[in-house]
Design a protein around this ligand. Structure first.
Ligand SMILES: [Fe+2]
Length: 164
C-alpha cells in the first residue's frame, strides 16, 4: 500500500532512513573501532561515532519539525555495509590489511550517506524548508570531509605497507 504521496512524506521517509543510518553508525562503530589497529583509524572511528550521534539528533529534530516521529525505518544499505565491515574483521587478520579493508567499508558508508543526504537536501529545498536544508547541507559537508579523511588514511596505510 503506497503511503508516500507528496514531497513532504518523501522527505520524512528520506530523513528517517538517514536517522537509522546514523543510529546504526552510533551503535556499531565502537566494535569496529575495537577491530582497528592503526591509531589514526581508531581515532577517526571514535570521532565519527560522536559525530553520528549528534547528526542523529539533528535528523530527529527535522523529522519532528515535519510533524512526525523519527525511527521506524531500516537503512538497509548502510546496515549491510556495516555487516560487511564486521565480516572483514572476522576474515582478515588484525593489522594493516584489516585496517585497509575497514577504511574501504567506512568510505562506502560515507558515500552512501553523502548521496542520501543530497536527496534529502533536494527535497527540503523543493519544499522551501530553509532551516532543514541548511542542517542537511552542513551534515552532508561533514560526510564529504570524513570521506576525504578516510582517503588520506587509506593512502598512508598503503604507503606503510609498501615500505614493510
Ligand atoms: Fe553521518
Amino acid at each position: 500500500m503506497a503511503e508516500v504521496k507528496d514531497p513532504t512524506a518523501l522527505l520524512v521517509m528520506a530523513v528517517r532512513d538517514l536517522y537509522d543510518g546514523e543510529s546504526a553508525l552510533a551503535g556499531r562503530l565502537a566494535s569496529i573501532r575495537g577491530n582497528a589497529s592503526d591509531p589514526d583509524l581508531a581515532a577517526f572511528i571514535a570521532a565519527d561515532a560522536e559525530r553520528s550521534t549528534r547528526q542523529r539528533e539533528q535528523l530527529a529534530t527535522i523529522v519532528r519539525s515535519l510533524g512526525e516521529a523519527p525511527g521506524g525505518q531500516a537503512n538497509i544499505w548502510l546496515r549491510a555495509i556495516l555487516d560487511d565491515a564486521d565480516n572483514d574483521a572476522a576474515t582478515i587478520a588484525a593489522g594493516p590489511l584489516r585496517d585497509i579493508a575497514t577504511t574501504g567499508a567506512l568510505r562506502k558508508a560515507k558515500q552512501s550517506e553523502r548521496v542520501s543526504y543530497e536527496t534529502a537536501i533536494a527535497l527540503a529545498e523543493l519544499l522551501g524548508l530553509d532551516e532543514a536544508s541548511a542542517t542537511l547541507i552542513a551534515i552532508c559537508d561533514e560526510e564529504q570531509a570524513a570521506d576525504e579523511a578516510l582517503a588520506d588514511i587509506l593512502q598512508r596505510l598503503c604507503a606503510d605497507q609498501s615500505r614493510s
